[in-house]
Unconditional design. Sequence first.
Lengths: 95, 480
Amino acid sequence: MIDKKDVEYAAGLAQLKLDEEEKEKYTEQIGEILDYVDKLSELDTDDVVPTAYTVPMKNVLREDKVQESLPREKSLSNAPDEKDGQFRAPKIMSD
Amino acid sequence: MNIYDLTIHELKEKIAAGELTPVEIKKAFADRINDVENKVKSYITVTDELADEQLKDFDNKKKEILAGIPIAVKDNMSTDGIKTSCASKMLENYKPPYDATVVEKLNEAGAVIMGKTNMDEFAMGSSTENSAFFNTHNPWNLSHAPGGSSGGSAAAVAAGECAAALGSDTGGSIRQPASYCGVVGLKPTYGMVSRYGLVAFASSLDQIGPITKDVEDSAILMNVIAGHDPKDSTSIEGKKEDYTDYLKEDVKGMKIGIPEEYFNLDFDQEVKNSVMSAVDKLKEAGAEVETVHMTDASYALAAYYVIAPAEASSNLARYDGVRYGLRSEHASDVSEMFTNTRHEGFGDEVKRRIMIGTYALSSGYYDAYYLKAQKVRTLIKDDFDRIFNDFDLIITPTAPTTAMKLDSNKDPLEMYYSDIFTVPINIAGVPAMSVPCGFDSNEMPIGLQLIGPHFGEGKIIQAAYTLEKLLNIKDKRAEL
């Protein structure tokens, strides 16, 4: 059974900030959803191979040749902040 | 009939016969948007300038499949320089620097893009009420939801605000709104249509497909959008089919399975009666209909609510406020910027699914949830394969009820249940179409789901086309 600590832990991993009310609500709702998901344990899957893609997939390779790509200005066109043709983010190291 | 009521193929005929010009057609649909959009609210962005620009190129595109045809595109498909918001605050001002492959294909085919349609935020939902901006209303009854997540696309088609639209379907997001809005929605085989430029939700399940006024239009749009794309490594290589070859009124000898475990689920009796009476019509027309036994659909739904959030939690990790999209202004360092951006940018359902996905993938739970769900996925796929060894198609309802009322305050699990008939299809990666099969006592549309084997779109189209002729309800339009 999922509790508030689990919710706080998952929120931390997902870089989500939750207020107290959200924590309570998600603990209850996610608990209900996971209870429903538990019905999967009724199926015997001991010798079953997991499926990631349902149609045959193979690695796709191409020659290592330079191809046309987005120009820098276009790549930066949605940047919340930029400087000298690069994305700019708040400081990472504390003072 | 009004111009805006016409289908793609009817508009094509009128253009070819010189009865209508693309300029007149575009004007008719733009006027229709002006008249009814305040009631229906299908569009997040109306792209009138783009439409006019595309019309100017008509003379060069005359021979193309969609020359002069007004099409709407769900707001999770990238359009170069035009807002693609996914109905999220996170992307409220995002203008992609490139076109999705499907948008490129629409352009090449001469389509006139009328706008970007409303949806549940990041395609997570079944009523379009999870849009961060506003609700879309069902054209058949404005107090009802259009379904979701492609609710804007389905409502726009049903309201005559476009000739046809594109939607995306991860667990029913094309078929369920098509069913609720009385139009035709096709989710192709996984990999049939390029996902390049489609904002990712759950990458092993997402697929783009057409939402149209009839089956013929669905085949026409598939001819435009299907095909291998080197930019999508999951897109299928193979020869291209002409889907209009399957527009034949013929189901003689076609073997159709009716899965007892699906029909035994708890769902609306009027929906059941309507679907069964349509099945009887196919039987009278020569189809061989038999009851089959399949794994209970609730296992597929349980697997879906692990797999889809897990993939979503990974895909949505990219929204961190660094390169594009929202950046919180309330942050003193980068870590605070990440969490505040995601706190301000994501809505309730998106956060809930990211949380479930992150939990299911976290250390100690991976085997119990994610790996288990992937194994159950194998069982479900094998189950469909087994039926398709002996049958051409499977028929179920598309949704357990007709369109729910707006603001009906359902809890998350109740909402998820509305996808019970559609989710197993994405889990198995097979194609399926929702076709209108009748109306309930409140005059709300009911949809029937035709499911085929991998790459079985042709047979689905053939049976759906036949059914459409037998039922003769396709020209009925919502009154607004």
